[in-house]
Design a protein around this ligand. Structure first.
Ligand code: NDP
Ligand code: 2IT
Length: 446
């Protein structure tokens, strides 16, 4: 490790020991930025990186609620308001039993850079709870969301902090959260994104992250005169991002051969598309069932407690969660001929896995660039809410495609090496940083 990065990380680790996911996200960024900052001393003198790594505000609160058996349940709620240099705090809410401060800080940190890359005026944030929506009734989910918002509402607002969905938070949860916010404030505003179409949501927001990550892959492939057509793709996850990635990949002529959930993955050589994808969407979004049921229905292989990276593919698309590709799995992918990894999830590859992809010289699109289409379309939802004027599906999709192309161009601008190789990690980190850093310089010591 570069001794300057090591020194920087020693301070970060000493301050918050045990926050391993946060350390990982900061280290990846520091490795790109510290050499860049050395060449641009104004950022060093103003301690921009040190300031960016410290949240502007962290809110932690109790979320008590009554379950269907009339028993009191207590969860913990969080909102990390990371950076507001270029716009109001913006980022999703995650409801998952593993949620803790380290995970939300890493996500808020990544979000800050990602939002800057989108070209839209959005600062960085993330929040959520250790609440597990799995196995809960709609009534319980509603009660939890109402209690969560009863505290969160005083910290957010359409010009202050605008949450959205993430793992475990989809249209149902956003609806309950929005209803409670409106009731508490007596205001109908665009305080959340990912809303239903009937009450201020944007067309294409559900599709945006998966479609956007696929558009990003398309841009990366084009740099090597390749396309999606005829490519086999291993996807992990089967939630919002995975479903719409699968849809767009199939539309562009690729074949999705795996999808997964936290219990295992299915391998379907026929391709998960058309009627099969519709079955999966219904299974996950309506029945809230397990992916094994897909394997049972279509008579394909199911790999219990395993991840899909052992299956040979041209393109890998991790769309589930952090650290779901380790160094060994990355080596397996490369050995099997994988030419492109595009991250729908946030930080799905370990630092070792990233190193494997970069050393192999394959196309590697890190999450903060590749999955930025989701939050970008949230930004478009905010614009529509402010104008009180909805755009058509085509209008939003055209803008999404344009934004993904611009993000790709930014990565090329800041990540292209003298030998022509595009290091998208450096590109995304430096490209995201410059706008925030200049805004912070302009705003003084805040
Ligand atoms: P969903 O809740 O809709 O789906 C999550 C999927 O990932 C499910 O299939 C889930 O399986 C699986 N999963 C979750 N946690 C784990 C785990 N610990 N181990 C294995 N599998 C797991 O979430 P999204 O699709 O919205 O989010 C997926 C990823 O994309 C996350 O990393 C998120 O941060 C990122 N992302 C999401 C955006 C969005 O707009 N929604 C935008 C940008 C990034 P199971 O059902 O069994 O839990
Ligand atoms: O990780 C992400 O970018 C999201 N979960 C979406 C955030 C948003 O505000 O739409």
């Amino acid at each position: 490790m570069d001794p300057r990065v090591k020194q920087f990380m020693t301070v970060i680790k000493a301050k918050d020991p045990g926050e391993s996911e946060f350390h990982q996200a900061v280290q990846e960024v520091a490795e790109s930025l510290i050499p860049f900052i050395e060449e641009n001393p104004k950022y060093r003198h103003a301690k921009i990186l040190e300031r960016i790594a410290e949240p502007e505000r962290v809110i932690i609160f109790r979320v008590p609620w009554l379950d269907d058996k009339n028993e009191i349940q207590i969860n913990r709620g969080f909102r990390i308001e990371m950076n507001s240099a270029i716009g109001p705090y913006k980022g999703g809410l995650r409801f998952h039993p593993t949620v803790n401060l380290a995970i939300l800080k890493f996500l808020a940190f990544e979000q800050t850079f990602k939002n800057s890359l989108t070209t839209l005026p959005m600062g960085g944030a993330k929040g959520g709870s250790d609440f597990d929506p799995k196995g809960k009734s709609d009534n319980e989910v509603m009660k939890f969301c109402q209690s969560f918002m009863t505290e969160l509402f005083r910290h957010i607002g359409p010009d202050t902090d605008i949450p959205a969905g993430d793992i475990g938070v989809g249209g149902r949860e956003i609806g309950f959260l929005f209803g409670q916010y409106k009731r508490l404030r007596n205001e109908f505003t665009g305080v959340l994104t990912g809303k239903g179409i009937e009450y201020g949501g944007s067309l294409m927001r559900p599709e945006a992250t998966g479609y956007g990550a696929t558009y990003f892959a398309q841009e990366m492939l084009a740099t090597r005169k390749e396309t999606m057509k005829g490519k086999t793709v291993c996807i992990s996850g089967s939630g919002n991002v995975a479903q719409y990635a699968a849809e767009k990949i199939s539309e562009l002529g690729g074949k999705v051969i795996t999808m997964s959930d936290s219990n295992g993955f299915v391998y379907d050589p026929h391709g998960i598309n058309g009627e099969r994808l519709e079955y999966l969407k219904n299974l996950k979004n309506v029945q809230r069932g397990r992916i094994k049921e897909y394997a049972d229905k279509y008579g394909v292989e199911y790999f219990e407690d395993q991840r899909p990276w052992i299956i040979k593919c041209d393109i890998a698309m991790p769309n589930a969660t952090q650290n779901e590709i380790n160094g060994d799995e990355a080596r397996t992918l490369v050995r099997n001929g994988c030419i492109c990894v595009t991250e729908g999830a946030n930080m799905p590859s370990t630092l070792e896995a990233v190193e494997v992809f970069l050393n192999a010289g394959i196309l590697y699109g890190p999450g903060k660039a590749a999955n930025a289409g989701g939050v970008a379309t949230s930004g478009l939802e905010m614009s529509q809410n402010s104008m009180r004027l909805p755009w058509t599906r085509k209008e939003v999709d055209d803008r999404l495609l344009l934004i993904m192309k611009e993000i790709h161009a930014t990565c090329v601008k800041y990540g292209k090496k003298p030998d022509g190789f595009i290091n998208y990690v450096d590109g995304a980190n430096i490209g995201g940083f410059v706008k925030i850093a200049n805004a912070m310089l302009a705003q003084g010591i805040v």
